[in-house]
Design a protein around this ligand. Structure first.
Ligand SMILES: CCCCCCC/C=C/C(=O)SCCNC(=O)CCNC(=O)[C@H](O)C(C)(C)COP(=O)(O)OP(=O)(O)OC[C@H]1O[C@@H](n2cnc3c(N)ncnc32)[C@H](O)[C@@H]1OP(=O)(O)O
Length: 719
């Protein structure tokens, strides 16, 4: 919908009305078409202002419409009719002008923005390109290099930057519609041709070919197989080299390919999944909209190792006062220095003052007595964490939320150490905690909905993508990861090399394959965990490293690598070799190849040829199978929660939507068939045995991912 009113005597004011973001639904587009026609028809109207209701200009095309047949007036002719209008049209922009919203503004003759506005063409993040003329008008307005940057990254710019780039004509702190109305009156009668962007040619850029080649190379490297960024470069190239009408034809062709692509579906799914996870629910029926968070003013972090430092920085940067506790003087001093450095570098990057004074350092755990929320981040050792929780229970004020940053220890057990177990939740940050966006908020059987609501609210305030998950070994992310890593190790036993496995995964779109990633994180961490679980031990009868542990196939290959002191990048050797310890560039290592040959010979294993397809199927489907088990167990509320965790915490390529969405795209019958095939070949690997929920979904005709919850409910209600 769009409302038309005549204001200040002769200004036709068109207001976009579609809460919450005035997305350009068919009804809004129809409203704009009708209002523009009326404004041009009525002789009393001398000029036009377009604005949006409720403090936002327009969030762009209505993304929900993309999944069905499109109806209503198309955007391109609508914007064209604005641009060719004989009366001046001014966009009064506040809040956001994104995608199709900005494209409408680019069709207007003038653009006035409120100083707090953000503008951008984020279509690339949805697997699309700005195909309502944006890819052709923006380069003509602000030049090729700046347009390439904005269109290929989808980044939003502030009003100040937009003014500097020439995207808007004026920025104001006052009521933007009032300013635009006044401005529109002042330009009545002035010639409009120079204001019609499609009539401009692109500002001349030297070495255009070289610029496009460089950008294309950069974009391909960064895109990890995503096709939209590449199409964006091609569209801007058309703007720079072709007349407008031909450029528009190229824009249309490129969009036609993107619009129906699986990548666009995946990226649009991610957009909505990221928002859906905020609407959490617990098995008790408690929900995000019925549970009130407790107020949190003061926070504390216990343990200032790598994770604790990152968490303290994150809290302080979000404006929370933090009491940072570390009981060894030397480590406290080292942490203080490191945290100050992180805060200073972060502030420099963002052009703000570092918030060093938000953090108070202490060696005494008693100093957290007044905190509303405490995050324990001590060494991953249950006995140590038990002790900390017992102390916190005695020290903290009533009602304080006690959180643990454990990456896998039992939250319920920690809750049993305190007087108020309902106030215990996990806040599982990912390293480096001040950089990584993901936060798993883990509730145990005794956690209250108020505690979960509080941790989720704090997660949001510190800018994390927070996902509520139930308590189990490894929670969601690490529980699934275990199966992915396990298959990768089995593949090494069967004939693969680390680089073959990594290449398959990197071609799929992961930033790093599993072995490269392990070298970066440090192999000793997993080794310690496996030893803790009683896995990384020799068979007592043979003294040989055991390939069967706890009644199932086990690969000791990673343990044997660690026994050689090869812990990855930090020691200069791991699955790859590095020139020096700490170096980031790993090369295939003949020592590892020989080690694997000897290992296979020792265990009577015959190497066979393994192709990329098998790597992907074994690593990804076993992990997806565990994802279905997690859904079955009610640990994650829906597939979106799992997918968001993988996209934000484990570098799963966003254009593939997340593991559960990927399974939906591959087709559940195929995933089931391949798992059955591999389980038959490896009956001693339980993770390859297809789980109940997957079978049920296939038996129910493999419904689309949005309908899985209905089948999950049926299974759960029968339990
Ligand atoms: C062959 C066809 C040719 C067509 C050519 C089309 C060319 C143009 C394409 C486009 O315009 S694609 C859309 C580009 N726009 C965007 O990507 C912007 C997306 N939105 C946002 O970034 C943010 O929502 C916002 C506008 C900055 C507001 O942020 P805020 O944090 O305030 O609110 P949210 O929680 O994000 O959103 C609230 C609510 O609104 C839904 N929503 C937001 N934008 C859209 C949209 N463009 N279409 C449909 N729905 C939208 C969002 O999902 C939230 O709802 P729930 O999911 O929570 O129900």
């Amino acid at each position: 919908m769009a409302a038309f009113a005549r204001v200040s005597g002769s200004v036709g004011l068109i207001t976009l009305q579609n809460p919450p973001v005035n997305a350009l639904s068919a009804a809004v587009r129809q409203g704009i078409v009708d209002s523009v026609q009326r404004a041009l028809r009525e002789p009393e109207v001398k000029c036009v202002v377009i604005c949006g209701q409720n403090g936002i200009f327009c969030g762009g095309a209505d993304i929900r419409e993309f999944s069905g047949p499109m109806s209503g007036p198309p955007l391109i002719p609508m914007i064209h009719s604005i641009e060719v209008a004989a009366k001046p049209v001014v966009a009064a922009i506040e809040g956001s002008a994104l995608g199709g919203g900005l494209e409408i503004a680019l069709g207007c003759h003038y653009r006035i923005a409120h100083s707090k506005t953000r503008l951008g063409l984020p279509e690339v993040t949805l697997g699309l390109l700005p195909a309502a003329g944006g890819s052709q008008r923006l380069p003509r307005l602000i030049g090729v290099p700046a347009a390439l940057d904005l269109i290929t990254t989808g980044r939003h710019v502030t009003a100040a930057e937009a003014l500097q780039l020439g995207m808007v004509d004026q920025v104001t702190d006052r009521n933007v519609t009032d300013v635009a109305v006044k401005f529109a009156l002042s330009v009545v009668g002035k010639p409009l041709d120079a204001r019609r962007i499609s009539m401009h040619s692109c500002p001349h850029s030297p070495d255009l070919d070289e610029l496009f080649e460089r950008t294309m190379q950069h974009v391909r490297q960064r895109a990890r197989g995503a096709i939209a960024p590449v199409a964006c470069v091609q569209a801007v190239r058309a703007a720079a080299t072709l007349p407008y009408a031909q450029g528009m034809e190229k824009e249309r062709e490129l969009m036609a390919t993107l619009f129906t692509s699986g990548q666009a579906r995946a990226l649009q799914y991610c957009f909505f999944a990221q928002r859906a996870i905020g609407r959490w629910s617990m098995p008790s029926g408690a929900r995000w909209d019925t549970s009130k968070p407790r107020p949190v003013h003061k926070t504390a972090v216990i343990g200032l190792g790598t994770m604790g430092r990152g968490i303290a920085v994150t809290l302080a940067q979000a404006g929370f006062p933090v009491i940072a506790v570390e009981n060894h003087e030397k480590q406290l001093m080292a942490a203080k220095q490191a945290i100050s450095g992180m805060l200073e570098r972060g502030a420099k990057r963002r052009g703000v003052t570092p918030v060093l004074n938000k953090i108070t350092y202490s060696r005494d755990i008693q100093s957290v007595a007044n905190a509303d929320l405490v995050i324990e981040a001590v060494f991953e050792d249950m006995a140590l964490k038990e002790k900390v929780f017992q102390q916190l229970s005695a020290i903290c004020k009533p009602g304080a939320l006690l959180c643990t940053n454990t990456s896998g220890l039992n939250i319920d057990h920690l809750a049993s150490q305190v007087r108020n177990p309902e106030l215990v939740v996990g806040m599982h940050f990912f390293a480096p905690a001040h950089v990584m966006k993901l936060l798993e908020v883990v509730y145990g059987p005794r956690s209250s909905s108020e505690a979960l609501a509080t941790a989720m609210a704090v997660g949001k305030k510190i800018g994390k993508v927070s996902v509520a998950v139930g308590n189990c070994q490894g929670f969601v992310g690490n529980r699934m990861l275990e199966h992915y890593v396990e298959q990768a190790l089995f593949l090494l036993e069967e004939g693969a090399t680390p680089e073959l496995v990594d290449q398959a995964l990197e071609e799929f779109g992961f930033a790093m394959g599993v072995f490269r990633m392990s070298d970066l994180s440090g192999l000793d961490i997993g080794w310690r965990v496996r030893k803790g679980k009683g896995l990384a031990v020799p068979d007592p009868t043979t003294g040989q490293t055991a390939r069967v542990q706890q009644g199932r196939r086990y690969s000791p290959v990673a343990d044997l690598i660690c026994e050689q002191g090869r812990f990855g990048q930090k020691t200069g050797q791991g699955w790859y070799q590095y020139n020096t310890p700490g170096s980031r560039v790993g090369k295939p290592d003949p020592w590892v190849h020989n080690f694997l040959k000897d290992y296979r010979a020792r265990h009577g294993l015959v190497a066979r040829r393994i192709d990329h397809q098998e790597v992907l199927e074994r690593c990804l489907y076993s992990m997806i199978n565990e994802g279905f088990r997690i859904l079955e167990d009610g640990i994650a509320a829906g597939p979106e929660d799992i997918d968001v965790i993988y996209v934000f915490g484990y570098s799963w390529p966003r254009h593939r939507g997340g593991p559960m969405f990927y399974a939906h795209m591959v087709g559940l019958p195929k995933v089931l068939e391949r798992l059955e095939h591999y389980h038959q070949a490896h009956p001693d690997v339980p993770s390859l045995q297809p789980c109940n929920l997957l079978r049920k979904l296939v038996a129910n005709g493999s419904p689309p991912i949005q309908k899985w919850k209905e089948v999950m409910k049926k299974i759960n209600s029968r339990l």
